[in-house]
Every structure is written in structure tokens, then in C-alpha cells.
Design a protein around this ligand. Structure first.
Ligand code: DSN
Length: 411
């Protein structure tokens, strides 16, 4: 069985090397990140926080967790950080658990408008079941209308407003969200899981001056292990000086047991990598690549939700191509181009067979691809979706291209 598992790992490494990973939330972690992730810290239980643990043997665990917190504080310019949340959904859950009582009102972006399930999606998620969730949506143009969101917030008076998305391709106006939250006396939680690298590099405005709490995953554009961080800002502490304490208590013992210290060590490695000069260049190139890819796709007659992109991703509305998102994603997979089927705003089709696909450039950028490759990839996408070229033929070309751009971390 173990042999079988290692064979499957080998197969997955090969798949990741030979395909174009264009799911915008995926990336390649470095060798150093993977090494920390597979380290002896994985064997250690460490309930509690540095200096206040419930088990013995914490000397190095405490040091590594403190180091991770220090690096995060410096990188984001925030006074308090929790690095224990297991991933993005538990991080968001911890913020709600810290700041809300069951039944309190939350206001976040709808799923079809680019929001996440944890942003208050009704009925089937904890965030929509245990809280009174109202959601704001994009308009027909695929854009958030901030004045409309403000009117809705003034009417609804939520206790927390969530600003963050997983499939919105435009710049988020965190300053405006901050103004809205201040007007209604709500907490502002920014979820920057997707755009975190862009925020670090200054390619997307930072929510730090405007939000009270910021959540982010660490494995998307940041290129760390699968984990999360919860940042408490100066603004948040001015509003409620116990805010960071409440968040720590919500993570442990509120929602979680032992933190995954191997993950936390790997987050430290990723944060140090994100503090290097070339990380800024990487983040800028992500945006340049996305802009080039979307421009080329538009030239090929694809309709992009909101007309284009300012960040790392784009959603293609395929209704004018007579193909649904699932079929398109399957055909592209045959060609070695990995994307995900995605709902478009106000999608008439069901989520498993939606009208669109979502694609992004972080992983390709990590491999060193630039505009020249984006133009080529857009043409391959066009040829596959229009049925002009057999996906198998494109797959050969994709494999040739991927050989020229080795995936870091995979050896
Ligand atoms: N599943 C992630 C994404 O693909 O955007 C969000 O958690």
C-alpha cells in the first residue's frame, strides 16, 4: 500500500509538471517550504500559544511559532497575528466565533458574485446557517456598486462586513468598505486569500488601514503550505483592544485543538520568501500575465465577466460559445490545461455545470512564464473550446512548453 501511495505521489508530481496549472488558487510551493512541511514539527502536539502551552517539550515549537508571527507582523505591518488556523474556512469561522453571537447579522459577497461559501452563503454553510446572513451582489456589469452596498449596509446594519472574493477579477475598494463599516458601526473583515501576494507587493491596495481583521490562506498566491493567518490591525485594536485576544481564544480552544506546527514552520519559510525583492517582481508579473491573457482571450471573441481583470484571475462567460463550463474544463484538461468550471454572476445554470470557467496566472508565473507564453496559451484555449483542434494535439505542445519552465519545488 505504501508503495502504491508513493507511486501516486510520483504520478501527481508528473501531472503538475506536465500541465498548465491555471486554477487561480493553486501554486507551486518551494523546496524549502515542502521541507519544513515534512519536518519533525509534524510530530508535536502544542495546544495553547507560545509560552502558554498545555504539553511539555515546546522550546522549539514556541520559537518557530514566534518567528512566524514576527515575520507576518513585519510583512503586513500589523500589531497582532494568529498563525494557527488550519486553513481559510476555519480562519473565517474563527473571526465570526470571536466577534459574533449565533443569529447576529453578517454581510458578505454572494457566491455568484465572487464570494466564498464562508462569506455567509445561505442554508448550507455554517456562515449562513448560524448567522443571519445578508449578501451583496455584483450588478449586470459584473462589478460591485459600492454606493448600493452602502445603502444595503445602512438598511441591514450587519455586525460584520466581509470584503473579499475568490472569483472577482477587479480591484477591491477596501477604503470604501472601511467607510461603510464605520458608518454602520460594523467590524470590517477583509479576506485576502486570493490576492495576498498582490497586497504584499503593493500591486493591489492593502486593506490594513481600513479593516479590523484580515484573513488569508497561505498556499495560494503566497506559495506557502496549506494554512491560514488572521491579522488584527491597529484600527481593529483601537475599536476593541481585546480583539486579538478574542481571535486567539476563538481559534484555540474555541474551534481547534493542536496547531499544525510543521505548517506554521513552512508558513515562516514562505513569509521570508515573500519578503525578498523577487517576490514583488513575481506579483507584478502575475498581474501582467493575467492582463495579457485576458486581452488575448477577448481578441479571440471570449466574453470576460466585468470585461477583463485587474488582478490574477478572470472568469470567462461561455454562453456565446455554445459550451458549458464543465464541458470546457474537461476538454481543456484533455489538452493539459487545468482550469475550473465556475458560475458567472446571475448564472442560469447549476453550480456543477455552470456557464463559465475561471483561470488565473499565479502558478504559471511561478514557473517563469511571461506574456509571450500567455498569448500562446490563450490561442490554445481558443482552439480547444472552439473545437478547431484536437485537445490531444495541444497536449503535446503544452508538454513541450512545460519542459522549458520547470516547476519549482518538484525537482
Ligand atoms: N477553493 C478556493 C478557490 O479555489 O478559490 C477558495 O477557498
Amino acid at each position: 500500500m505504501t508503495k502504491q501511495v508513493f507511486q501516486l505521489i510520483k504520478n501527481e508530481v508528473r501531472r503538475q509538471k506536465e500541465t498548465l496549472m491555471m486554477i487561480p488558487s493553486e501554486n507551486y510551493a518551494s523546496r524549502a517550504v515542502l521541507k519544513a512541511l515534512g519536518s519533525a514539527f509534524q510530530n508535536k502536539y502544542a495546544e495553547g500559544y507560545p509560552g502558554r502551552r498545555y504539553y511539555q517539550g515546546q522550546k522549539f515549537v514556541d520559537e518557530v511559532e514566534n518567528l512566524t508571527i514576527k515575520l507576518a507582523k513585519r510583512l503586513f505591518g500589523v500589531p497582532r497575528v494568529n498563525v494557527q488556523a488550519y486553513s481559510g474556512s476555519p480562519a473565517n469561522a474563527a473571526v465570526y466565533f470571536a466577534l459574533l453571537d449565533p443569529g447576529d447579522k453578517i454581510m458578505g459577497p454572494g457566491l455568484l458574485s465572487g464570494g466564498h461559501l464562508t462569506h455567509g452563503h445561505p442554508k448550507i454553510t455554517f456562515s449562513g446557517k448560524y448567522f443571519n446572513s445578508v449578501q451583496y451582489q455584483v450588478g449586470e456589469d459584473g462589478l460591485f456598486d459600492y454606493e448600493k452596498i452602502e445603502r444595503q449596509a445602512l438598511k441591514e446594519r450587519p455586525k460584520i462586513i466581509i470584503a473579499g472574493t475568490t472569483s472577482y477579477s477587479r480591484t477591491l475598494d477596501f477604503a470604501y468598505f472601511g467607510k461603510i463599516a464605520d458608518r454602520v458601526g460594523a467590524y470590517l473583515m477583509a479576506d485576502i486569500a486570493h490576492i495576498v501576494a498582490l497586497v504584499i507587493a503593493g500591486v493591489h491596495p492593502s486593506p490594513v488601514p481600513y479593516a479590523d481583521v484580515i484573513t488569508t490562506t497561505t498556499h495560494k498566491s503566497l506559495r506557502g503550505p496549506r494554512g491560514a493567518m488572521i491579522l488584527t490591525t491597529r484600527k481593529g485594536l483601537l475599536k476593541d483592544r481585546d480583539l486579538a485576544k478574542k481571535i486567539n481564544r476563538a481559534v484555540f480552544p474555541g474551534l481547534q485543538g493542536g496547531p499544525h506546527e510543521n505548517n506554521i514552520a513552512a508558513i515562516a519559510v514562505a513569509l521570508e520568501e515573500a519578503g525578498q525583492k523577487d517576490f514583488k517582481q513575481y506579483a507584478r508579473q502575475i498581474v501582467n500575465n493575467a492582463s495579457c491573457l485576458s486581452g488575448e482571450l477577448a481578441n479571440l471573441g471570449f466574453s470576460l465577466v466585468s470585461g477583463g481583470t485587474d488582478n490574477h484571475l478572470m472568469v470567462i462567460d461561455l454562453r456565446n460559445k455554445n459550451i458549458d463550463g464543465k464541458r470546457a474544463a474537461l476538454l481543456l484538461e484533455e489538452a493539459g490545461i487545468i482550469v475550473n468550471a465556475n458560475s458567472i454572476p446571475h448564472d442560469p445554470r447549476p453550480p456543477l455545470v455552470p456557464s463559465g470557467i475561471r483561470l488565473g496566472t499565479p502558478a504559471l508565473t511561478t514557473r517563469g512564464m511571461k506574456e509571450e507564453q500567455m498569448v500562446q496559451i490563450a490561442r490554445w484555449i481558443g482552439a480547444v473550446i472552439s473545437g478547431q483542434t484536437n485537445p490531444g494535439k495541444i497536449k503535446q505542445k503544452v508538454e513541450e512548453l512545460t519542459k522549458k519552465f520547470p516547476a519549482p519545488g518538484l525537482g
